[in-house]
Design a protein around this ligand. Structure first.
Ligand SMILES: Cc1ncc(COP(=O)(O)O)c(C=O)c1O
Length: 378
């Protein structure tokens, strides 16, 4: 029997990717060790140029995480106390963490059924204090960003993209990172483009934003030991940049493989007991996560786990129910779509090296639980 048919079905297998890129990864790390330029070294500069070219933007500034990229974008926009930043209630805590770090108030709104921000809800939430609209390209899909840009242009707010899950995603011909005044990417190891630790990138077409963020990430200094702005340290490590440079040429191929696996999931799961993400009409979803909806979510996960299949939940608690955000004063029931996703989402195994036979195993295990109607009435 093929070992793929009996082995555990991992949610993500980072080792498979590392194996596929050896010895290039080790050589790149060795090269940094030889050069000794660990802080803002040559690989950082080269990777910034390559990432900017990949995204089709003018500037890319390497930072130490996606959270830092968001925070520095907000600082560059001079967002602070008394300002409001609108974002969605269904995102990773980092999105609001960045808003809180600069002292602004996160204003939460609901998402649509697929998890992208609801533009009508954003419109209703805009006030005179709204400085930034912060949509999240959740799961790897860009929502109706053109409407948000139109809205922002009318109100004077800026759009900053949280593209931390959307490396290479496309909407109407443009890649993530092209739409906002600035955009943030994360290179957390399990992302579509992942480092061997933390890493992030801010991209922008604005020369002034780029200059400000370069200064802010490096102790507020333009020249060594002369500090002109808040002294923070948010630099991208040279070793991480060297690793990311080896991986970047593979990104489009990896994203294509994710889309292929997503199509395979769709084909095998249609008519079954789980709700499937709609296929994108307006560009390219990069399937950082393949998220389905299950009525009996916890029972489904338990049954898959018993068959050696790992799954995840992104995210089980909507932001307005997070203990740390209780002070914002939102009540349960305020964001029905976000709450429904938190209660019913299951993220299925998804990574480019995943064998097709694993998709088939997952689908078979799910189909064994009957049709959607049966699941709903169970
Ligand atoms: C939507 C979103 N925003 C922000 C972040 C923060 O990125 P990092 O973990 O690199 O700080 C992440 C990733 O973890 C994310 O998924």
């Amino acid at each position: 029997m093929n070992p793929a048919e009996t082995s555990a079905v991992k949610f993500v297998d980072l080792q498979a990717q590392i194996r596929s890129l050896q010895p290039a990864l080790s050589d790149a790390i060795e090269d940094v060790l030889r050069r000794g330029d660990f802080i803002l070294g040559e690989a950082v500069t080269l990777f910034e140029t390559e990432w900017a070219r990949y995204c089709g933007v003018k500037h890319a500034i390497g930072v130490d995480s996606g959270l830092s990229a968001l925070e520095l974008a907000l600082r560059a926009a001079r967002v602070g106390e008394g300002d409001e930043v609108i974002t969605q209630a269904n995102t990773f805590i980092a999105t609001v963490g960045a808003i809180m770090a600069v002292g602004a108030r996160p204003v939460l709104v609901d998402c649509d059924e697929e998890g992208q921000v609801n533009v009508g809800a954003v419109k209703r939430a805009i006030t005179k204090r709204t400085k930034v609209i912060l949509p999240v390209h959740l799961y790897g899909k860009i929502g109706e960003i053109d409407w948000l840009l139109e809205l922002a242009a009318k109100t004077g707010a800026r759009v900053i993209e949280d593209a931390c899950q959307a490396h290479g995603a496309i909407y109407r011909g443009h890649r993530a990172g092209n739409f906002g005044w600035a955009a943030a990417f994360s290179f957390y190891p399990a992302k579509n483009l992942g480092a061997f630790g933390d890493g992030g990138m801010l991209v922008t077409n604005d020369d002034e934003v780029a200059g400000t963020v370069r200064t802010l990430r490096n102790y507020g200094s333009k020249a060594k030991y002369e500090h002109v702005a808040l002294p923070l340290n948010h630099r991208l490590d040279t070793i991480q940049a060297a690793v990311l440079r080896v991986k970047l040429p593979q990104l489009d191929g990896w994203n294509a493989r994710r889309a292929y696996l997503a199509d395979a999931y769709r084909e095998h799961l249609s008519g079954g007991p789980v709700g499937l993400p709609a296929s994108t009409q307006e560009g390219r979803h990069v399937y950082h996560l393949f998220v389905v909806q299950a009525e009996q979510r916890d029972a489904l996960r338990a049954s898959l786990s018993a068959q050696g299949i790992e799954t995840g939940i992104h995210y089980p608690i909507p932001l307005h129910a997070q203990p740390v955000l209780g002070g914002l004063g939102y009540r349960l029931g305020a964001f029905p779509n976000a709450e429904r996703l938190a209660a019913h989402s299951v993220s299925l195994p998804m990574y480019p090296e995943m064998p097709l036979s694993h998709v088939e195993r997952v689908a078979k295990a799910i189909a064994g639980r009957g049709s959607r109607r049966e699941a709903a009435s169970a």
